[in-house]
Structure formats: structure tokens, C-alpha cells
Design a protein around this ligand. Structure first.
Ligand code: S3P
Length: 171
């Protein structure tokens, strides 16, 4: 086991599943958003509000680069937009085994009802429309960066974590 990255849209379960996968494999877990927040001394909504999305994307690329370089063994939960930049996708493909947690728009929308407030990109009049547009835009990028695809519309966190391990690590 070396570096495993979970990619996918907001609310696809990257952090929850990633934490459990890391615990089961007994390797360190890093959540890319929390890593960025710790380095910046600001929350993600604060970064978007004060520095803007473009600056956040630069910080995201830097953080991804740090982890790909510095950590030999890690389970990484990325943010939903980590696949936007081609160079990030190249880095994911080169330095990680990457699992795309694929969720249907309906699954994402129902999960986001609980915590859309934490997602700056969804602070619009029509968050459902925004989710569909972003998902359509990003779908091929997730697929492009993925070593493996795991569907997450059904199953418990435990079952999905186990499936990720079987699929990506072969255990
Ligand atoms: C984003 C997803 C968020 C966070 C930021 C931008 C995106 O992470 O990185 O709000 O562009 O999809 P989660 O996927 O963990 O919500």
C-alpha cells in the first residue's frame, strides 16, 4: 500500500470513507481541505470569501503536491474540485492509486441538504442546478483521474470502505 486518493463530487463520502479505509489499513489519513485550512489558518468558506476561488485552487494544487511528495503512505480525501486542473489530474495519476467515489446527482442533492452551508460553491439561488452543472462538467475529469470507480449510491460506509480496499488494494 502506498498512496491512495479518494476523488469525487462534494458529499460523495470521500472524508468519511477515507477515514475508515485509513483506520482499517492502519495508515495516516489526510483530508485535503482540512490540510489547506490548517496551513491558511482559515476555514474553506473564509478562504473563498477573502481570497477567492482562484487562490483556493492554487493552495489546493500546492497541498496536493506536498502530500504526493512528502508522504510515502497515506489515504487522502481530496476536495470535489481537485480534478479541475489538468496538472492535478496528472499528479493524482502519477503519485496515487485513485478511487472515484461515484454518486448520482440525487444522492448528492439529498446529502447536501444537510450541510450545503459549508460549501461556498453552492451559495446560489439554485444549488440543485449548480450541482448538476458542476457534475456534468467534472464527470470526465473524475473518470480520467481514476484508477478505479466505486459506486456509492447504496451501501453503508463500512461496506463502501471494504469495497474500496478490495478494489484498490486487493485485500
Ligand atoms: C469544492 C469542494 C469542497 C471544497 C471546496 C470546493 C469543489 O470539498 O474543497 O468547497 O469545488 O467541489 P468537498 O468535496 O469535501 O465538499
Amino acid at each position: 500500500m502506498q498512496r491512495l486518493a479518494l476523488i469525487g463530487f462534494m458529499a460523495s463520502g470521500k472524508s468519511t470513507v477515507g477515514e475508515l479505509v485509513a483506520a482499517k489499513l492502519d495508515v495516516p489519513f489526510v483530508d485535503l481541505d482540512r490540510y489547506i485550512e490548517a496551513r491558511a489558518g482559515m476555514t474553506i468558506p473564509e478562504i473563498f470569501a477573502t481570497l477567492g476561488e482562484q487562490r483556493f485552487r492554487v493552495m489546493e494544487t500546492e497541498a496536493l503536491g506536498d502530500i504526493g511528495r512528502d508522504m510515502k503512505c497515506v489515504v487522502l480525501a481530496t476536495g470535489g474540485g481537485a480534478v479541475i486542473h489538468p496538472s492535478n489530474r496528472d499528479l493524482l495519476k502519477a503519485s496515487f492509486t485513485t478511487v472515484y467515489l461515484r454518486a448520482a446527482p440525487e444522492t448528492i442533492l439529498s446529502r447536501l441538504k444537510q450541510d450545503a452551508a459549508q460549501r461556498p460553491l453552492l451559495q446560489t439561488d439554485n444549488p440543485a442546478q449548480r450541482v448538476r452543472t458542476l457534475l456534468k462538467q467534472r464527470q470526465t475529469w473524475y473518470e480520467d483521474a481514476a484508477s478505479w470507480i466505486v459506486d456509492v449510491d447504496h451501501g453503508t460506509v463500512e461496506e463502501i470502505a471494504q469495497f474500496v480496499i478490495q478494489t484498490a488494494i486487493g485485500e
